[in-house]
Structure formats: C-alpha cells, structure tokens
Design a protein around this ligand. Sequence first.
Ligand code: PLP
Length: 452
Amino acid sequence: MARESEKEELKRKDIAHVLHGQVVPSVFHKSGCTFYESAHGVRVVDMDGKEYLDGMCAGACANIGYGRAEIAEVAKEQMIKLQHYPNYGYLANIPEIELCAKLAEIAPAKIERFMTQNSGSDAVEAAVKAARFYWGEKGKRDKHKIISLDKSYHGTTAGAISVTGDPFWLHPNLAPFASGFLHVKALPYCYRCLWGKSYPDCNFECAQTLEEAIEKEGEDTVAAFLSEPMWLGVGVHVAPPGYWQKITEICQRHNVLIIIDEVITGFGRNGEFWCSDIYDIKPDILAFSKGLAAAYMPMAGVGITDEIYKGITAHDAMFPQVHTFSGHAVGCAVALKTIEITLKEKLAENAAEMGKYILERLAPLKKESPYVGDVRGLGMATGVELVANKDTKEPLSAEKTAEVVSRCYEKGVIVVAFGDNILRWGLPLIATKKDIDIILDTVEWAIKGIQV
Ligand code: PLP
C-alpha cells in the first residue's frame, strides 16, 4: 500500500475504533491524531520519516531514551523463561524479588519495602490504602483523610482522581468523587503568590494552609499529606528552599504521614535519583512509575518504610491490595535493567548538568522577551511561563501558547503546554548539550514569533 493511503487507512481506523482521552471529539473526528512510528535516542519519527526532538519524552517516561536493544533482549529472555506469575497470596517471581531488593538499596530515606503496580494512578491509590490501613491497624479508622494540593495531578482512576486537585480533571459527570479527600492551596507558586508576598519573607503562607486544614479537620481525622516533591503534573513548579522543611514540621507536629508522588520525578529526572533527596524529604510512603521501566514496560510501584510495614502487619491482617500484574516478571526484569542503565550511565548527573545549562541559557530570554514571565525547573524538567504583559503578569492566551507549541513542532521539536500558558519540555536523560541547544533555540525562535 502506498504510504499516503496507509496513513489515511490508519487515520480512518483510529477515528472509527479508538477511544482517546483528553481530546475534543469534534477536533479528533476531523483531524485524527499524530502517529509516531519509530524512535531512537532522544528522537521520535513520524510516518513521513520526519524526526522530532522529544521534549514530551513519551509522557515524561522515556528516561533512558528510545531503541535500547539491551532492554529488548532482557524482555525477550524473561518472556521465554516465564512471562509472569502473580505476587499475591504466597507467590513470587524472581525478577520481582530482585527489583524490590534493588529499590530498597536506592530508595530515599527509610523506604525499604515495595509492591509494583501497573500505573502511576495505581501506585497513588496503593499509597493511600497503605496510609489508611496503617492508621486503621492502630485503631484510628477516623484518621483516614488525605490532603493534597488544589493544583495537582495524581492520576485518573476513581481513587487517584479524588486525590487530584486540578479542576480540569474533576468533571461533574464523574461525581461523586471518593470521600475523605481534601485539597489545599499549598502550592508554592512564588511567581503568582496568592498572598502577594515575596520569598523568602513570606513565612510560607502557602504551607500554612496545610496546617490550617489539618487543624480545621482535626488531626485525628487526617491520615496523610500527599504531594509531588516538585510539581510536574500541573506544569513546572519548584519548591523554594525551606518549603519542604516547613511542610515536614507541620506533618510531624500533627502526626500526619507524608506520601510523596515521584511518578514523574523519580529515577533521575531532577538531577538526583529521587527528587525527595534534593529536598531532604523523608517520605513514609512513596509512589513512583514512569522512569522505572522508562516506557519499555508499563510499570509503577509503591514503597513504604519499616515503620509503616510494622503498622500494617501489627495484627496479622491481610493487606487487601493485589493486581494480577503486580510484580510482572517481564516488567520487573526490564525495570532492573533500566535502573542499571540509569546508574551506570550516570543519567541523574547528566540531568543535573543539563538542567543548570538550560536555566543559564534561559536567563537572558527571561530578561529580554516581553512574553517570558518566569523560567523554572530542576534538572531535565524545565519550562517557561508565558505572559501577554510582563508588568501585570496577564497570562498569554491558550491559543497563543498553542501557537508556540505548533511552531516548535513544525521545526521538529516537541514541547508540551500546561494550563493556558506554561510550556514544559523534559528530554530523555541521555540528552546532550547539542540536543538542549536545538530545543532552546527552537523555543526562543517560536516565542519571538508571537504577536499579541
Ligand atoms: N502522578 C503524577 C505526578 C503524574 O504525572 C501521573 C501521570 O502523568 C500520575 C500520577 C498517574 O500516572 P498514570 O498515568 O500512569 O496513571
């Protein structure tokens, strides 16, 4: 079949048979989707053979890059040996045990026991369940509420969407959402401080909202505070120094557990293996996913400290958390190899170095461009906040921001827009300065072309 008609046929099948999330149906029915056919290194290739530098990184997953034959070999070997045997009841498979032991070596703080999951949403839900079960076994079933940020994304399964605070996802048709979840305005959004304060003289008013919520609800009803360590599910937001210390003090003061969602940030993206380590956060429970198997397999996991494990097993109760594919043998084998590559090739260190370079290069753009209000990032997760007016900080419109994204796309660079006006790009962690220069040159060029 000629290439053009092959493409048309795929588009027809896609429009006829695929249920896509996050598309406007009329736009989808008219234009269909973009298909990528192959990839290598930091680039994806469309059906016309055009290559794109992938600042979307397969949804912030493809940390070790595309086309790694050694991963395919590990997967093939494990598939032939034993594709999977479940991990519930008294069952286990070897790759799962090896992976959990490896994770215990590298995990932040005192996290040392793991159960792998199928998605980041599952991991978040398992984390919530571990927190509630812990308090339940302590005889405190009322201590079940989970507090997260009003600007947050933690997934879309029925439980995880109730943790998610961003109203974009909370469509009324999905109501009622699960009970026992609260959202507070504790995001340290210093560029647009809700209290009109400036860091560091702000006394962390944002963090204070967490304490106010705990006190209002009563600490005997609050199980945990759940948050990303830096916020990538809703764009790019970086915690200022001291923020996490304040949050930790509040949680400790009120006997509230800390659940950290490292679904995006884990596995080197921010310049350390875990973003929690950058801020010296000591999670009681950790959720993680994307970089674990770098999109070669759908993998995720939840980790707990010994203290949490002792709590949930104190009365010999069975922890009711299973998935058929938890501890998937091929997924675990692939994850082990991915971690080995991440460590051997020092990808977190590369992310740190490239991140510094990106911020240095963006500093003049922030000064000179009338449309760049703020530049933020940590490691290989950076972005800019676009404004129509720098003095008033009026956000650039969603249409104009989309124009920047599509100008980049035409030039072969994929960047992502969040909200109306935040642009983010996060390449695979193997990216070089040359790749960064291409992405930044293109973003700068695309922003310069805006007419407001
Ligand atoms: N948590 C965060 C911070 C995320 O960014 C995401 C997904 O992007 C999730 C949880 C949910 O992960 P998944 O899409 O694998 O369910």
